[in-house]
Design a protein around this ligand. Sequence first.
Ligand code: TXA
Ligand code: MG
Length: 331
Amino acid sequence: MGGLLMGRPELCYEPVRAGELLKNGCLVAFPTETVYGLGADATSHKAVSRLFALKGRPSNNPLIVHIAAIEQIDQVGINIPEMAITLLRKFSPGPITVVVPKHPSIVPGVTAGLETVGVRIPDDPQAQAMLRAAQLPIAAPSANRSGRPSCTTYQSVLEDFDGDLDAILIGQSSRIGLESTVVDCTRSIPHLLRPGGVPIEHIRGLFGSVTVAGTSVEPNENSPGRLHPHYRPKASVHLFNHPEEVVATRQSAYLALTSHARAPEFGWHCTFSSIDEYARAFYEALRETDRRELSRVLCQRVPPVGAGLALMDRLERAADVRSFHGSASDS
Ligand code: TXA
Ligand code: MG
């Protein structure tokens, strides 16, 4: 199904309108502080199956369910572990997703048949107002076609979905630029399924220890989504340790992402002065290489601490290095 009007997505500036559309079963993209999301009523089989089809999402990859406030968590989960409440109280609204036992009203498609569900409370004001208006749990993967880099601007969402989406709630560029941290709260110790906007060090600080997906041989201990290819532009992505190596590479048709102020002799250069700035610019830079039809992206590695752990995870997945402890990727 195309957009509501003339086969194009409705450009929506009013969060209350976006919430009403979601209530009516529409697919609505919306801004969040991490990346844009592609929303559907998590209690509607029809809306959720349209969402999987539109995104091209494998059906074994569960979606995160978004709510406006912690008081709504009983609509999404049951027997909520204390660990999840502690994490949400500390880091929400914000870039954290807690995995908890699933409420029966969340349709099985959302969780890919799992008995657990990921729950997140975004802090973007447009998203907050939309979720309050909808009064429903909203399932939302990142608003990109499956496998492509995530979108941090509404213009990028339109590039991927123009003509297919019902509406898009217009908002700012995403402040963080990488997805939420996903933590499985159904075990005795918090289990990191995906590094993201909340650094692992902050979670370890709260609980004393955290286990990390992919570091044990136990089956089913990874996030299912992380088994799929991810964050790939058409250009090939290459990683370098030192900014000088990037600058010294004499290649045409490339984009360099480095902390080095000096532009390389050829290609297009994007300088960052902090890891946060690099993270914020990363997905849009990958998309820009495709717009410019560049063939290579040269990216500087960063230390995998604090915000750097999530950024290195995305860099390695984009480059198909897959070294976040050997597990593959989400969409
Ligand atoms: O920041 C974000 O989390 C963004 C915004 C839109 O909220 N959403 C996002 O969704 O990144 P998506 O679908 O691209 O990634 C969701 C990740 C996948 O790795 C998926 O496997 C994992 O969360 N996930 C969701 N539910 C899960 C569950 N019940 N058990 C384990 N992993 C789960
Ligand atoms: Mg995604």
